[in-house]
Design a binder for this molecule. Sequence first.
Ligand code: FES
Length: 153
Amino acid sequence: MQNITIPQLISKYEKIPGGLMPLLHAIQDELGYIPNDVVPNIALGLNLSRAEVHGVITYYHFFRTTPPGKHVIQVCRAEACQACGAEELLSVLESSLNCKRNQTRYDEKITLEAVYCLGLCATSPAVQIDNKLYANVTTEKLKDLFGELEINP
Ligand code: FES
């Protein structure tokens, strides 16, 4: 549910130096993604070019430009997690969920994303599901979690 409108968010951040990043995060927090059609309004509000805004959105993997699925599953692929089997975990998820990394499944129930460091490096591999972090993740643990969260592969 949308609690605050995009124009309200823009006016909240337009006077803050360096307000673009927090604004983009706020929009994504609110909508789950940053629609392309808000780029001109952001640019206008923050006195930036559309290219500058678009450049920041596309530079950072974190920002989505399309709506995510009902459940967002993020698998860390940074160094510590890579060393502890994150790539294998991601491959298993791709095939068991029938969803390629960085895509949303055809039925829009699942978005699978490769991300870079979730801050749980000492307990790798790390996964985040719908904004909740999980450490020491194995394929067996994921199977249990999917059951608990009613994520049906
Ligand atoms: S490297 Fe994966 S959580 Fe930091």
